[in-house]
Design a protein around this ligand. Structure first.
Ligand SMILES: [Zn+2]
Length: 521
C-alpha cells in the first residue's frame, strides 16, 4: 500500500509494508462504519471482505472522507510535474480499453503485446476481440509501474550532482518510495558537505563565501525539513495502522509523542488534533466493534457449546461428565473471549443483549432414556422387591404350575421363560431350576452402565440438557416431561416372571416415570 499525503508544496508518499492484510475499520462520509479485511484498493475504491460475513464489497472513494484516503490509497494518483509523454496506443476491445505502449503485434499468436502501468509484463490482447487501435500520446505513468519509473529515472541521475540527487529524492517521494528518498537526501547532504569544503578552499571573497554558505544553509534546512516530513509520515502511518487494527490505546499514546516530535512540520499542521481524532475514532470503533462482535458471539455460541459437549460426552463416567457440565459456562465464555479477542465480561454482555435475536433460534435437548439419572430413578439394583422364593418341588417343571395349560408337563424352564417370562430376559440372576431358589427380580442398569451403552449423540443430548438446565448464560423455555413410553408414566408395570405376575420397576425409566426435553436459547 502506498499512501499519499499532500503536504504543502510537494507530494509526500509513504509505502506501507503488508498493512493490507489486516482487519480494518472504514468510516464513510455518512458516518456509517464498515468493518472488514481490506483486500485491495484501486482507482475505483477500496475492496474489503466484511466482518459480518456478508461478502466482499468495493467502497467508492467518493464515499470515504478525503482525510482518510491516505490510509487506504494504494497508488499515487497525482502525476508528477513534467512527466514525459510517449507515443502509445489505445486498444479498444468489446469489453475493455487498454492504453500503453505497443510492444509487438504478434501475428503468429494473433496477439497484441501492450505495456501498461499494471504490470512489468505486457498485457496480451487477442486480436480477434479488438475493435480498434488508436495512436495516442500516453504519460509515462500510464506505461510503467512506479518501480519501473524510478529505475528509469535513476539510470539517468549523476549521483555526484547535488541538484540531480535532490531532484531524484523528490521524485522517489512522489512515487511513493520514502526509503529511497531518504537515501537520496542523505547523499545530497554529503554532497553539500563536499560543496562547503569546495567553497572554503576557493579564492572567493569573504562576502561571496558567506553568500554561498547562506545558500547552502538554506538547502540543508530544506533537506532536513523534508527528511523530517518523511519520518513523520512513516511514524504517523504506524500510528494509524495501530488504530486501524483496533489498538487504539497504543495509537493514542504514540500520537501524543508524535504531535510533540513533529511540531512545526507541514504534516503536523494537518494533524495537530491527532490525539483527539483517534480518541473519537476509538469511541466509534468500540461501539461498532461491539455491534459486530455481539452478532458473531451469538452465531458462535451454539457451535462452541456443541464442541464442548462433544468433548464431555467422551468422559469415562456420567458423574464426571455431569460435573464438568457444571463448569461449562466458564469454558464457553473463555472460548468465545479468546476467539474474538474480547473479555469474558464483554462476551457475556453481548450474549445477554441479544436475547430477542436468540429467542428466534431455540435449541432443543433431550435427556431421553438418561432422564432417570437426574430425575430420581433407581440407580442399579433390582427392579422388584419381591424376595426370592423357594421353587415348589415335584414334577411341575420350571414353576409353570399356575399357567393354564402348562400344568406340570413338558416345557422346560427356558422354554417357559421365552414364552411368558417378564421383559428383556437374559439378565436374570441366579441359576434356577427344580428345587432351587426362584428369583423373580431383574437387574436395573446403573447410571454408568447406561452411559457406556449409549451412542455419543444420546450422551451429548443428555449433557446439553443438563448443562442448559443450570447454565446462568441461557434462557430456558418450557421443560417438557413426556410419559415414559414403556410404562406409560406409571414407573412400574406388571411382568410375568416364572409364571407369576410381579410388580417391577420400569427398565426404561427406573421409576422416574418421565423423560425430559428442554428448550434453551
Ligand atoms: Zn417407564
Amino acid at each position: 500500500m502506498i499512501r499519499r499525503i499532500v503536504a504543502g508544496s510537494f507530494v509526500l508518499a509513504v509505502s506501507a509494508v503488508a498493512a493490507l492484510a489486516q482487519d480494518d475499520v472504514v468510516r464513510l462520509k455518512s458516518g456509517e462504519f464498515i468493518l472488514g479485511k481490506i483486500q485491495s484498493s484501486d482507482d475505483r475504491g477500496l475492496t474489503l471482505e466484511r466482518w459480518d460475513g456478508s461478502g466482499v464489497i468495493t467502497i467508492a472513494w467518493e464515499l470515504i472522507p478525503e482525510t482518510h484516503h491516505s490510509r487506504f490509497r494504494s497508488e499515487v494518483t497525482g502525476a508528477s510535474a513534467a512527466e514525459a509523454m510517449l507515443d502509445g496506443v489505445r486498444v479498444i476491445t468489446s469489453f475493455r480499453v487498454v492504453e500503453g505502449l505497443m510492444l509487438e503485434e504478434d501475428t503468429a499468436a494473433n496477439l497484441y503485446r501492450v505495456k501498461t502501468k499494471e504490470s512489468p509484463q505486457p498485457t496480451l490482447i487477442p486480436k480477434h476481440v479488438v475493435l480498434a487501435v488508436e495512436k495516442i500520446k500516453v504519460a509515462e505513468s500510464q506505461v510503467y509501474t512506479p518501480e519501473e519509473r524510478l529505475q528509469r529515472y535513476m539510470a539517468a541521475v549523476d549521483m555526484a550532482d547535488l541538484e540531480q540527487v535532490a531532484k531524484a529524492a523528490d521524485f522517489a517521494l512522489s512515487l511513493g518510495f520514502p526509503d529511497q528518498a531518504l537515501q537520496f537526501y542523505r547523499s545530497a547532504r554529503n554532497l553539500i558537505e563536499a560543496r562547503i569544503r569546495e567553497v572554503e578552499a576557493s579564492t572567493l571573497s569573504e562576502d561571496e563565501k558567506n553568500a554561498k554558505y547562506e545558500e547552502i544553509n538554506e538547502l540543508l534546512k530544506e533537506f532536513d525539513r523534508k527528511v523530517k516530513e518523511i519520518e513523520g509520515a512513516a511514524s504517523l502511518k504506524e500510528i494509524e495502522d495501530h488504530a486501524a487494527s483496533g489498538d487504539f490505546d497504543d495509537a493514542i499514546r504514540k500520537a501524543g509523542e508524535w504531535v510533540r516530535e513533529y511540531e512545526g512540520t507541514k504534516l503536523w499542521e494537518r494533524n495537530q488534533d491527532l490525539v483527539e481524532r483517534l480518541t473519537r475514532e476509538r469511541e466509534e470503533f468500540v461501539a461498532n466493534r461491539a455491534k459486530v462482535l455481539s452478532r458473531k458471539v451469538v452465531e458462535e455460541f451454539p457451535k462452541i457449546v456443541g464442541k464442548r459437549i462433544r468433548e464431555l460426552a467422551r468422559a469415562d463416567g456420567v458423574d464426571a461428565a455431569l460435573k464438568q457440565a457444571e463448569r461449562l459456562d466458564d469454558a464457553i465464555v473463555a472460548d468465545l473471549a479468546s476467539k474474538f479477542k474480547a473479555t469474558g465480561e464483554e462476551v457475556k454482555h453481548w450474549w445477554r443483549q441479544a436475547l430477542a435475536e436468540r429467542e428466534k433460534k431455540k435449541s432443543r435437548a433431550n435427556m431421553g432414556t438418561g432422564s432417570w439419572i437426574v430425575n430420581g430413578g433407581q440407580d442399579g439394583g433390582y427392579d422388584s422387591q419381591q424376595a426370592p422364593r423357594q421353587q415348589p418341588r415335584g414334577g411341575g417343571g420350571g414353576g409353570g404350575g399356575q399357567i393354564p395349560g402348562m400344568g406340570g408337563q413338558g416345557g422346560s424352564l427356558e422354554d417357559l421363560r421365552r414364552r411368558y417370562g417378564g421383559g428383556g430376559g437374559g439378565n436374570q440372576p441366579g441359576q434356577q431350576g427344580q428345587g432351587q431358589q426362584q428369583d423373580l427380580r431383574k437387574r436395573l442398569q446403573t447410571k454408568d452402565e447406561w452411559w457406556k451403552s449409549q451412542s455419543s449423540s444420546v450422551r451429548e443430548s443428555f449433557l446439553e440438557a443438563n448443562w442448559a438446565l443450570q447454565s446462568k448464560l441461557v434462557q430456558l423455555g418450557e421443560t417438557k416431561e413426556k410419559n415414559c413410553p414403556q410404562c406409560y408414566g406409571q414407573g412400574t408395570l406388571k411382568a410375568q416372571r416364572a409364571g407369576t405376575y410381579v410388580d417391577v420397576i420400569c427398565q426404561r425409566c427406573h421409576n422416574a416415570k418421565s423423560e425430559v426435553e428442554i428448550v434453551w436459547w
